[in-house]
Write a protein that binds this ligand. Structure first.
Ligand code: I22
Ligand code: ZN
Length: 218
């Protein structure tokens, strides 16, 4: 921060410091809000105009799974691990209705399990082993991956396939390798940009939660 002195020069230095330290980029900053807005709109349009039938299909499958007494497991990495937890929270507690809890869990929450598998075997196996240990035929495994190529989710999907567990991929761009493994896929194909794809995933996850409650309680 410039030292407080009198005169025009110091006022100029103050303005310069204030502008460069501001959190909001002034002209010449790198963030292009208009471009981001256009991408976000394209993602939202794709979700509501194109992907709505697949969203409905996923909700129907999940309702059938829950009604049969089975459970929904979810996993992801980074921001997508938060999506998995977010989804589990809506299922077990509530989304919009006060109602009985549904069987949902995120596989990225138990530090002891994650670190022991990661440390003794590999990070790629952290979800695969949990699916093998916790999953039962009739369950559903949801994977959130914007690239569709996260190794730990791919292995978990392969394990699920062998165990009669249906897989639902939330992905983006071309869908990555997940697309070839998933029973159902929600692909934000209009974007290859991780944050925008994640935003589309969150919208679809919320739509699915709302529909599950309608179908379960209606
Ligand atoms: O949240 C973000 C970016 O918005 C990051 O943490 C991002 O989730 C991580 O880089 C993930 O590891 C990306 O994995 P994936 O979506 O390709 O499966
Ligand atoms: Zn993020």
């Amino acid at each position: 921060m410039p030292q407080r002195t009198n005169g025009r020069a110091s006022r100029f230095l103050w303005v310069l410091w204030w502008k460069s330290s501001s959190l909001i980029p002034i002209s010449g900053g790198k963030m292009d809000l208009k471009k981001i807005q256009a991408e976000a709109r394209a993602v939202s349009d794709q979700v509501f105009d194109e992907l709505a039938p697949q969203v409905e299909r996923v909700a129907q499958e999940m309702v059938a799974c829950l009604k049969a007494g089975n459970k929904i497991m979810a996993c992801g990495n980074g921001g997508s691990s938060s999506d998995a937890q977010h989804f589990a929270g809506e299922l077990v507690n509530r989304f919009l209705m006060n109602r009985r809890p549904y069987a949902g869990l995120a596989l990225n929450t138990d530090a002891a399990v994650l670190t022991s598998i990661g440390n003794d075997f590999s990070f790629n196996e952290v979800y695969e082993k949990q699916v093998q240990g916790l999953g039962r035929s009739g369950d559903i495994l949801v994977g959130f991956s914007t690239s569709g190529n996260s190794g730990n989710i791919l292995l978990a999907f392969e394990a699920a396939k062998e165990m009669g567990i249906k897989t639902v991929a939330f992905t983006g761009g071309t869908g990555g390798k997940m697309l070839g493994l998933a029973d159902l896929a929600l692909v934000v194909s209009c974007s290859t940009h991780t944050p925008r794809i994640q935003e589309g995933h969150e919208t679809m996850m919320h739509l699915i939660c709302e529909r599950i409650e309608e179908l379960m309680e209606g």
